[in-house]
Design a protein around this ligand. Structure first.
Ligand code: COA
Length: 158
């Protein structure tokens, strides 16, 4: 049994994220999509909403489990008995941060491997904060996020 963890803030989930989830789910038997609950940060969407949205978006992928997590990622990975952390690169600008994350996690727990998937070209420009900013000012984000994400962002605005 191969178990993977795809961690992130998912604030909110974009097509970039759903693409990685779909592709990563084919590489493992079970994929945990693990939503960071960071008590030191105020997210745009609550942890409950981010988890609920991801559950809705992945309901047709049978081996995906959506969960919130808090604390150290390596501790969570250990608890899940996972073999690998899955992260993605959109551009070379992601590289330094991801490298640091992977090295840090490896220092904290040498058993854990980090696997990278390269973002598809058509999603490589998307980021959650840009999505939030464009939506806030009334711009069109339909090419960046699934309809369910747009619905949740619209509800937040009212
Ligand atoms: N497509 C679209 N967007 C993508 C993407 C993709 N394939 N891959 C990353 N992104 C974007 C996200 O939308 C987000 O955009 P934003 O900065 O505009 O909001 C950005 O990349 C990074 O977000 P995310 O992937 O969610 O990572 P993060 O930096 O918020 O969180 C964790 C990374 C959760 C893995 C890390 O913070 C963590 O492990 N925390 C737990 C504490 C811990 O263990 N610390 C020690 C290790 S450093």
């Amino acid at each position: 049994m191969r178990i993977g963890v795809y961690p992130g803030s998912f604030d909110p989930t974009t097509y970039g994220h759903t693409d990685i989830i779909e592709r990563a789910s084919k590489l493992v038997d079970t994929l945990y999509v693990s939503v960071l609950h960071n008590p030191d940060k105020v997210p745009h969407l609550t942890i409950e909403k981010r988890v609920e949205l991801l559950k809705e978006l992945t309901k047709d992928i049978s081996n995906v489990i959506i969960e919130p997590f808090t604390g150290l990622l390596v501790d969570y990975v250990e608890k899940k008995n996972a073999d690998m952390i899955i992260r993605s690169f959109r551009a070379i600008s992601d590289f330094e941060y991801e490298l640091q994350l992977a090295h840090t996690n490896h220092k904290l727990n040498s058993r854990v491997e980090t696997i990278f998937l390269v973002s598809r070209n058509e999603y490589a420009y998307i980021s959650s904060s840009m999505v939030k900013q464009i939506h806030k000012f009334g711009g069109d984000i339909t090419m960046m996020v699934p309809k369910q994400t747009l619905d949740v962002l619209n509800q937040e605005q009212h």
